[in-house]
Ligand binder design. Structure first.
Ligand SMILES: [Zn+2]
Length: 455
């Protein structure tokens, strides 16, 4: 057999298991998986030796803000997708806000595609935006290929809009008519605004005041409301960035009832806690905020049992000065940059620190995201016919995140200084090496738009 690429001697990881196999790639897809020793008659243009290493499906980061076009002093598609490639992320599902304009109709979808297509190093898909005045554009966005629609229930930056549950209910009715997925930033607006106003009026604008202004009950109430509306409308809903096991428990129960509710958490909720906000400051500010250590540990149970089927980065970059705390914690930018460290951090914490199988990494970073976001079949696993999106990861090589190692436009992150084991060394997108040995290996623009399956 002639092929373009042979990845030999590795152990191939999928959500089902870990097996020694050679991966044969032809025309950007997996052409065969051969058991060791069966490759004598394979003639490959390029051979990568993965002896002693794991071959994982590329991660699909379903929650990233690459800010392009519009807010490119925070991040842009070139830096954001280079960081993705460096971290083993082969598909980025980019958020519709922190874009100018927000991605709220098919024309803007096409314009955004044009604006980023020459910059992308990995594949990418788009979330659609729901701002309340574009419900009549949902169907065209779905047809254009958005994976999902983003709704904010809590306070949001001025370029986007908070929706009330009345509008959400109507949007869910529309989404249910074509099987669309709505994803929620689930924090109750009224509680947070009230607590923020109360704190600021009293002159309390420090780190603990910020944390207190976003209590877990605000997240629980918003999530419960979304679940009730999923029940009422039959629509598919996804709860983004779950920060607390009490919220995950609501999702677990809804799923047990048979409702179409899925959940996601982010590496920062699995690694950091509120002490990091209190002691180390605004680099750790995000929303929902980091919780206590018991909550952090409790979240892992829901990652393992699949209630939280995706682990994402919520990569939310900013310029360093936007993290300035001199006017109080409420004014500082909320968001953590994490797309580059997503796989390394999750792998280390799951496999090395908790003794879990590498299969969990493939399940939560690749298969779960692909299934929920309409990319399954083409993306999310390593099997014959799927895109050859592969990561060769050295499970025992140590890493330490430094500012210099970051590919972000702004080289700041809460993850700087973190250490672990398991380095994604080589990242392959549709059979092409885009990152290896610490450097970009392909021209920007080789990443392609991926539309929701069926679009
Ligand atoms: Zn986000």
């Amino acid at each position: 057999m002639n092929c373009d690429l042979l990845v030999k001697n590795g152990r191939v990881v999928t959500a089902e298991g870990v097996d020694a196999a050679d991966v044969v790639v032809k025309d950007g897809r997996v052409a065969a998986l051969l058991s060791p020793g069966a490759r004598e008659d394979v003639r490959a243009d390029r051979v990568l030796d993965a002896a002693g290493k794991l071959v994982l499906p590329g991660a699909i980061d379903v929650h990233a803000h690459l800010n392009d076009p519009g807010f490119t002093w925070r991040e842009d598609f070139a830096h954001g997708t280079a960081a993705a490639a460096a971290g083993g992320v082969t598909t980025v599902v980019d958020m519709p806000l922190q874009n100018e304009p927000a991605l709220t109709n098919a024309e803007i979808f096409a314009r955004k595609h044009e604006a980023v297509r020459e910059k992308a190093l990995v594949d990418y898909a788009f979330w659609g935006g729901l701002t309340g005045d574009n419900l009549d554009r949902m169907h065209e966005l779905h047809e254009a290929g958005v994976t999902s629609f983003k709704v904010f229930l809590g306070p949001v930056s001025p370029d986007y809009r908070t929706l009330d549950l009345g509008v959400v209910r109507e949007a869910l009715e529309i989404a249910a008519s074509f099987g669309g997925l709505l994803g929620f930033h689930a924090e109750d607006y009224s509680i947070i605004r009230h607590e923020e106003d109360r704190a600021i009026r009293a002159g309390r604008t420090g780190r603990p005041d910020f944390l207190r202004s976003r209590p877990v009950d605000a997240e629980r109430i918003a999530t419960a409301g979304v679940i009730e509306l999923a029940r009422a409308t039959g629509a598919r809903v996804h709860i983004c960035h779950v920060s607390h096991p009490e919220v995950a428990e609501l999702i677990r129960r809804a799923r047990a009832e048979g409702l179409s509710v899925t959940g996601e958490t982010c590496t920062h909720y699995l690694v950091f806690g509120e002490d990091d906000v209190l002691e180390r400051g605004m680099l750790f500010k995000c929303a929902p905020p980091l919780r206590d250590s018991a909550a952090r540990e409790g979240l892992w149970d829901y990652v393992v049992d699949g209630t939280l089927a995706c682990v994402a980065s919520d990569h939310s970059p900013c310029a360093p000065q936007e993290k300035d705390e001199s006017e109080g914690a409420f004014k500082a930018w909320g968001g953590i940059s994490g797309i580059q460290s997503l796989m390394a951090v999750f792998f280390d914490r799951a496999v090395h620190r908790r003794g879990l199988s590498p299969s969990l990494v493939a399940a939560r970073l690749s298969e779960g995201p692909a299934r929920i976001f309409g990319l399954w079949g083409r993306k999310g696993t390593i099997r014959v016919g799927s895109d050859a999106d592969l990561v060769i990861l050295d499970p025992n090589r140590g890493w330490r995140i430094t500012e210099e190692s970051l590919q972000y436009l702004n080289r700041i992150s809460a993850f700087v200084g973190l250490e672990g084991k398991g380095v994604p060394e080589t990242t392959i997108v549709r059979g092409r090496v885009v990152w290896s040995d610490g450097a970009v290996r392909a021209p920007f623009g080789c990443g392609q738009l991926v539309r929701r399956r069926g679009a």
